[in-house]
Design a protein around this ligand. Structure first.
Ligand code: IMP
Ligand code: MG
Length: 182
């Protein structure tokens, strides 16, 4: 028999109601911050972990915008962040002269975002900002400036709302701490 969809979960860290409130708040702040910009706003979703957050957040940004998607390798199927970051899927369009807002699920060591911001900054966007749902500041190894943060969380491995363990659990509606069953 199939295992239950939440079988690897130990406890809920952030409920779906708390996430929904935060996403609305972030959308409101972002809308306010970009409401007077002339140039295009491109919201960049980092696949795959950010896809659930992005799809909710972009509907709370009440401005004209375009979506683009980028995929980089960070974790393999393990807990440790890889030291090297490789682009697996490129953006479809040029970001030169545009306002770019990167959407990330979680910032851990910071290595993924540091590399991505270096790469995207070389393409001369008008501005480049980062919005992350989760931040684990105690794990940071490199400095990254994050403009919008949903929740700061302790150093625990979390799942759900886009975040995975071995590609599973992304469809859980809440953020949960992984249990010992895995
Ligand atoms: P960083 O380069 O160490 O900041 O890694 C960021 C990436 O690692 C995130 O985009 C996630 O894909 C993954 N990651 C970090 N912490 C967790 C976690 O607790 N659960 C699931 N994925 C995580
Ligand atoms: Mg990610």
């Amino acid at each position: 028999m199939k295992k239950a969809w939440n079988s690897g979960i130990c406890r809920t860290l952030i409920t779906k109601e708390e996430i929904a409130i935060k996403v609305k708040e972030l959308g409101k702040i972002i809308t306010e911050d970009y409401k007077n910009v002339e140039e295009e706003l491109i919201v960049v979703c980092l696949l795959k972990g950010s896809v659930v957050f992005m799809s909710d957040l972009c509907r709370e940004i009440k401005l004209p915008m375009k979506m683009d998607f980028m995929s980089v390798s960070s974790y393999g199927d393990a807990f440790e962040s890889s030291k090297e970051v490789k682009i697996k899927k490129e953006l479809d369009e040029s970001i030169m002269g545009k306002h770019v807002l990167i959407i990330e699920d979680i910032i851990d060591t910071g290595r993924t975002l540091k590399k991505i911001t270096e790469i995207l900054n070389m393409r001369e966007p008008k501005s480049l900002k980062i919005c992350t749902l989760l931040d684990k500041p105690s794990r940071r190894e490199v400095k990254v400036t994050v403009d919008y943060i949903g929740f700061e969380i302790p150093d625990e491995f979390v799942l759900g709302y886009g975040l995975d363990f071995k590609q599973e659990y992304r469809n859980l509606p809440e953020i949960a701490v992984m249990g010992p069953l895995n």
